[in-house]
Design a protein around this ligand. Sequence first.
Ligand SMILES: [Zn+2]
Length: 312
Amino acid sequence: MASGLLNSHVKMTFQQTIKKQVAFEGIGLHSGRPTKIVISPAGPNAGVLFHVVGHTIAIPALSSSVVDSHYATTLGANGTRVQTVEHLMAAAAGLGIDNLDIKVDGAEVPAADGSAQPFVSLLRSAGRMTLGARRQPLVISRPIRVGTESRWLQVLPCDTFRISYTLDSTHPAVGTQVISCEPTEETFVGELAPARTYGFLKDVDELRRNGLAQGGSLDNAVVVGKRSVLNQLRYRDEFVRHKILDLIGDLALLGRPVQGHVIARNAGHALNFQLVTALEQAYGAPRRAASPARELIPRAADLTPAPGFAAL
Ligand SMILES: [Zn+2]
């Protein structure tokens, strides 16, 4: 099997971070507001930490920080929130990057093109550095299942990290899509990261009434009309690929790679979060989850703009 990423993440012993600071800006998919992120290297066992500019409390990217999991994964601590972290989290997990410090000037991670590809490019442009601390994969030793008859997630013991996903939609443009894979860095980058989020045109009004999808457009989402897709698909089965991407991003909230076979049917962020919670109940949470409030004082001045970075 090719080395790299999710499976190397399970098998490679040592943690990684990036080599240098990188930045990205855009609008939030749900908030519709301008936002920017600056990602910096972080030390061993730091995990992924979000800092919202203007707030002193860091938000660890762990399940204990999840404050909302409907339509996107939102993390929060002490009244501070960061929305739509899943595609950035998926990119980090996909590249096997364990520790990052992410400053957010806004309330949401930028939507980018609706996929994880721009974050993969961003993180790769920062280079990678191996740290002196070992990873501690969560090794699944017995089956765990969450969900209902029609929507569920199950994890079985397996000697690698594998995902098998069935997306079964009554919409003719989606239909039934099935993928089973053992992601490597190469297949993650080439086959999963570019898959975009999607939404149904019929749901747009209600989403917007609920304050969601305010920034959604054909530039950052696949939009499914009455009978067909309104924009060009990147893959015939882009929908199930994106579902896997979201699942990888949400599983990263365990704070360690999983060694097991994750089987999914019609899941979503809320169910992904249920699985993460069930796994932590069964196997325990990472130790740093017990002290989530690391005091840090990010300031707007700490955000070093990249060339061409527009001032908000
Ligand atoms: Zn998504």
